[in-house]
Design a protein around this ligand. Structure first.
Ligand code: AMP
Length: 215
């Protein structure tokens, strides 16, 4: 199954991706995670990406498309993939189409998770995660039992630098300007499914499963 997860920052794409991959054995490809790993490993890609990420801007298309094309050509994507956070621009969506055509594949479903802006801001500003196992918490709704310590692996709890103040506002603005137009793009291809993300993640996931099972 070839799935893309769409929606603004904070809508719950990462949470749904975790739930989906527990049922469907397909690789979860998050461009945000790939960039964050590159930043923490201090690679050239990481150095390039970091300046855009910290400003809440998109990493240039050429760089982003390159890493996704490389990833999709790997053998574990043969039976499908779950793209999270890509594509984010029309140029990326066109490049994805071309890359998939060469592999004799196409996007089969685009899941769009939506939520009101004030909810997104509240979620992003309370979002923290474990530095080690990456488990995500929210300081308001779902805090770790012991402050600063992961319930699962006792790793250190950190906040993403781009989940702070002005960067959150910039990321939402960039989403509305550059990524929201893609909803029309995938709607025209008849693969778009809209989900109300302003609900408990388990309830959203029930809808996700219904959609995926209907394919
Ligand atoms: P995310 O974890 O998906 O919210 O992504 C975090 C940051 O990584 C974004 O704010 C961008 O700076 C960068 N990023 C992730 N995916 C993309 C993409 N498809 N195109 C450009 N930049 C991206």
């Amino acid at each position: 199954m070839n799935i893309i997860l769409m929606g603004p920052p904070g809508a719950g794409k990462g949470t749904q991706a975790e739930l989906i991959k527990a049922i469907y054995p397909i690789p979860h490809i998050s461009t945000g995670d790939m960039f964050r790993d590159a930043v923490s490993n201090g690679t050239e890609l990481g150095k390039e990406a970091q300046k855009y990420m910290e400003a809440g801007k998109l990493v240039p298309d050429k760089v982003t498309i390159g890493i996704v094309e490389e990833r999709l050509a790997q053998s574990d994507c043969a039976k499908g993939f779950l793209l999270d956070g890509f594509p984010r621009t029309t140029v990326q969506a066109d490049a994805l189409n071309q890359a998939l055509l060469k592999l004799n594949k196409k996007v089969e479903v685009a899941l769009n998770i939506a939520a009101p802006n004030e909810i997104l801001i509240e979620r992003l500003s309370g979002r923290v995660s474990c530095k080690e196992c990456k488990k995500v918490y929210n300081l308001s709704y779902n805090p770790p039992a012991k402050t600063g310590v992961c319930d699962i692996c006792a790793g250190e709890i950190i906040q993403r630098s781009d989940d702070r103040g002005e960067t959150v506002a910039k990321r939402l603005e960039v989403y509305n300007e550059q990524t929201a137009p893609l909803l029309d793009y995938y709607s025209k291809k008849s693969v778009l499914h809209n989900l109300n993300g302003n609900r408990d993640s388990r309830v959203v996931f029930e809808d996700v499963v219904k959609i995926l099972e209907s394919l």
